[in-house]
Design a protein around this ligand. Structure first.
Ligand SMILES: Cc1cc2nc3c(=O)[nH]c(=O)nc-3n(C[C@H](O)[C@H](O)[C@H](O)COP(=O)(O)OP(=O)(O)OC[C@H]3O[C@@H](n4cnc5c(N)ncnc54)[C@H](O)[C@@H]3O)c2cc1C
Length: 567
C-alpha cells in the first residue's frame, strides 16, 4: 500500500480493518454479517436484561462495591452521619491485587471454554498489535496474556464474570486509534476486542437514531445509512469504532457545529466488571429520569465497564457544503481571525487551523489531490460551510467581509467546484498522515491536545509555537480552532534522552499554561496513561477522589482497564 492510498481515509480504514481481520485468520467463525433495517434483536428488552449467574442489579453492584472496600464504606457512613467526605486514602490497603500470569492464563482458558477456542488468541503478533500504538508516546511495555473476541453482550458478561472472579484486568479494544495509551495493558490481563460486535442492530430513521454494537466503524456506518439522508457527525480517525469513540468522548473537525460524542449518545448498554448488564436510559430524545449514567460512561475509557450497545442520535446530511481557505501573516493573526468568526455567530460547519510548517509539508508531500494547488506556506484557516445553497452563499459573503475587516490583505479562496472543495478539505484531513509519513526513521511524534476558552486561543497558540521553537526540533500546530482545541505535533528522537526529556517538559508547560487559562489538558484524546498527573492538576485531588469512589462502586476490584485516567 502506498502513502497516497494510506492517506485516503476510507482505504486506510479498510486497510486497518483488513489487517485486524488478517491477524485473526485463525478464527473459524464467519465474520458476522451486518443487519440492515430493523434488527431481530429487541433492544428495548436490554434495559431489564441481566444475564448469567453473576448478574446482579446496579444497586447490588454498588452495595457490593461499598462492602468490598473499607474506605468506601467508611465514606458512606460519614456521609450518613453528616460528616465531611473523607480525604482519599492513597494507602496500600486500597491498592488492587491482580492475578499472576498463570491465573490470567487460566481465565483465558475458561473464557475459551465458554466462548469457543477460536474466540481467544495468544498469538504474539496479535498481542503486540493490541498492546502498542505507533500513534502514541504513552505505550506500556506490558502485554495482555490473551485477546478475546466476544460476539454478544452475553459473551462480554461471561468474560467479565470470569475475569472479575479471578482478579484479572480487562482492557477493552476498539480500533486502537487512541493516542494516550488508552488501551495499553500496564497490568497485563485480558484484552477484549470488539471487532466481531460490528452489527447495526436497529435503524430508526424517523426517530433520527441508530442502535449499534461497539465494533461498528463510523465511516462504514455513515456509508450504510447515507441513503436515508442521515449521518453520525463525529469524525475522529477513519478507523475508529463507536465503542472507542464513546469511551474517549471523541470529536473531530465536525465538533464546532455538532458538539462532541457525548451529545450524540442516547443510551448505552454496559457490562460492569462483575458481569452485570445495565442500560443507562431508554430511547427518547430527552429525559429527566434519574441520574445521567450515560454521561458517566461516555469518556470513561473503559474504566467503568464495557459498552456493548450504543444508541446514537443522527443528524440530517446538510443539503450543500462549501470550503474556503485563508492564509494569514502570523499564527496569532489566524487565531484572532478565528475568534472573530466564532463570535460573529456565522454557523460554520468547521473551523480548523494549520501552521506554516504543515502547509509546507502539503506542498512537499501532499497527495496528488492536495498538490493540485501551490499552498501559501503561512498559517492558514480552513473553513467549512454547510446548510442550504442560499444560506451558504450568505454565510460566505459575511465571512469574506469579516475577514477583510480584520485582515484586509488576507487572500480568501473559496472552492469553485465540488472537486475543488474535496481537494481543499483533503489537505486538512490528510495532514496528520502526511506529517507522519515524513517522520525520520526511529523518530516519534508527541502530540499535545489542549483546549482553552476561545478568547485565550491566539495567546496560547502563539506562546506554544515560541516554546516549541526553542527545542530546535520539528514542531507544528494543527487544530480544531473553532473549539479552542489544538494539537502541537513534535518529532523527536526517543534514543536521545535529553531531547525526549526536553519535549516532555515542553508538553507539560503547555498543559500548565492551558490550565492557567482555565483550559483542559485533553480536548478530545482523553487521559489514558499519558495524562494522569495532568488530570490531577486540572481537577484537584478532591474531584479525583469522587471519581475514585464512583469507580469503586461499580468496579470494587479495580479490574476494568486499570492504570488509566487515575490510580
Ligand atoms: C490519524 C488519527 C486521527 C485522529 N483524529 C482524531 C480527531 O480528530 N478527534 C478525536 O477525538 N480523536 C482523534 N483521534 C483519536 C482516536 O481516533 C479516538 O480517540 C477514537 O475515539 C478511538 O477509537 P478506537 O475505536 O480506535 O478506540 P480504541 O483506541 O481501541 O480505544 C479507546 C479507549 O476506549 C476503550 N474502549 C474501546 N472500546 C470500548 C468498549 N466497547 N467499551 C468500553 N471501552 C472501550 C479502550 O479501552 C480505550 O480506553 C485520531 C487518531 C488518529 C490515529
Amino acid at each position: 500500500m502506498n502513502r497516497h492510498q494510506l492517506v485516503s481515509g476510507l482505504s486506510w480504514s479498510l486497510h486497518r480493518r483488513g489487517s485486524r481481520l488478517g491477524s485473526r485468520r485463525w478464527l473459524s467463525h464467519q465474520q458476522p454479517t451486518r443487519a440492515t433495517g430493523e434488527a431481530s434483536h429487541n433492544i428495548n428488552n436490554a434495559g431489564n436484561a441481566s444475564t448469567g449467574n453473576g448478574s446482579r442489579g446496579w444497586g447490588a453492584a454498588a452495595v457490593g462495591g461499598a462492602m468490598g472496600i473499607i474506605g468506601f464504606g467508611a465514606g458512606v457512613l460519614l456521609a450518613k452521619t453528616g460528616g465531611d467526605i473523607p480525604k482519599p486514602k492513597p494507602d496500600s490497603s486500597s491498592r488492587p491485587h491482580y492475578a499472576n500470569r498463570a491465573e490470567m492464563m487460566h481465565a483465558a482458558e475458561e473464557i475459551a471454554q465458554v466462548l469457543g477456542q477460536d474466540a481467544v488468541s495468544y498469538d504474539a503478533d496479535v498481542l503486540e498489535h493490541h498492546g502498542h500504538s505507533d500513534w502514541s508516546t504513552s505505550n506500556s511495555p506490558e502485554r495482555a496474556v490473551a485477546v478475546v473476541y466476544p460476539k454478544s453482550t452475553e459473551d462480554v458478561s461471561a468474560i467479565a464474570r470470569i475475569c472479575n472472579r479471578r482478579n484479572v484486568p480487562m482492557v477493552p479494544f476498539g480500533a486502537g486509534s487512541s493516542v494516550e495509551g488508552n488501551f495499553s495493558q500496564p497490568h497485563s490481563g485480558i484484552c477484549v476486542d470488539f471487532s466481531f460486535m460490528d452489527k447495526i442492530l436497529a435503524f430508526h430513521p424517523d426517530d433520527l437514531d441508530v442502535v449499534v454494537q461497539p465494533g461498528v466503524n463510523w465511516v462504514d456506518l455513515n456509508k450504510h445509512i447515507a441513503s436515508s439522508g442521515l449521518f453520525a457527525p463525529m469524525d475522529p480517525s477513519p478507523t475508529a469504532t463507536v465503542g472507542g469513540m464513546v469511551s474517549t468522548n471523541c470529536s473531530g473537525t465536525n465538533a464546532f457545529r455538532y458538539g462532541t460524542m457525548k451529545d450524540w449518545v442516547l443510551n448505552l448498554t454496559v457490562v460492569l466488571a462483575d458481569g452485570t448488564v445495565i442500560k443507562t436510559r431508554r430511547r427518547p430524545r430527552k429525559t429527566s429520569a434519574g441520574y445521567n449514567l450515560t454521561s458517566l460512561f461516555v469518556g470513561a475509557e473503559g474504566t467503568l465497564g464495557m459498552v456493548t450497545e450504543v444508541t446514537l442520535k443522527l443528524a440530517p446530511i446538510p443539503q450543500d457544503t462549501s470550503v474556503a481557505v485563508v492564509p494569514f501573516p502570523t499564527i496569532r493573526d489566524a487565531a484572532a481571525a478565528a475568534t472573530t468568526l466564532i463570535r460573529s455567530g456565522i454557523p460554520l460547519a468547521a473551523l480548523e487551523i494549520m501552521d506554516e510548517k504543515q502547509m509546507a509539508i502539503l506542498n512537499a508531500n501532499g497527495s496528488p489531490a492536495v498538490r493540485k494547488r501551490r499552498w501559501a506556506e503561512q498559517p492558514t484557516l480552513f473553513l467549512k460551510f454547510s446548510g442550504t445553497t442560499e444560506g451558504i452563499q450568505s454565510d460566505i459573503a459575511r465571512t469574506a467581509s469579516l475577514i477583510q475587516s480584520v485582515q484586509p490583505q488576507a487572500p480568501l479562496h473559496f472552492a469553485r467546484t465540488k472537486q475543488e472543495e474535496h481537494d481543499l478539505w483533503a489537505a486538512r484531513k490528510e495532514s496528520l498522515f502526511t506529517m507522519t509519513s515524513m517522520r525520520p526513521a526511529g523518530h516519534e511524534m508527541w502530540s499535545t491536545d489542549v483546549a482553552v476558552p476561545i478568547s485565550r486561543l491566539a495567546e496560547i497558540i502563539d506562546w506554544s509555537k515560541r516554546e516549541c521553537g526553542r527545542l530546535g526540533i520539528f514542531a507544528s500546530v494543527i487544530g480544531h480552532v473553532g473549539d479552542g482545541n489544538f494539537h502541537v505535533a513534535m518529532m523527536y528522537d526517543p534514543r536521545d534522552a535529553e531531547q525526549k526529556a526536553a519535549v516532555g517538559r515542553c508538553v507539560h508547560r503547555m498543559m500548565q499554561m492551558a490550565l492557567e487559562m482555565e483550559g483542559t489538558v485533553s480536548g478530545e484524546h482523553a487521559i489514558g496513561i499519558g495524562k494522569k498527573e495532568c488530570l490531577r492538576e486540572e481537577l484537584g485531588e478532591e474531584t479525583i477522589a469522587v471519581m475514585r469512589r464512583l469507580k469503586r462502586a461499580v468496579d470494587p476490584k479495580w479490574v476494568m482497564n486499570p492504570g488509566k485516567v487515575f490510580d
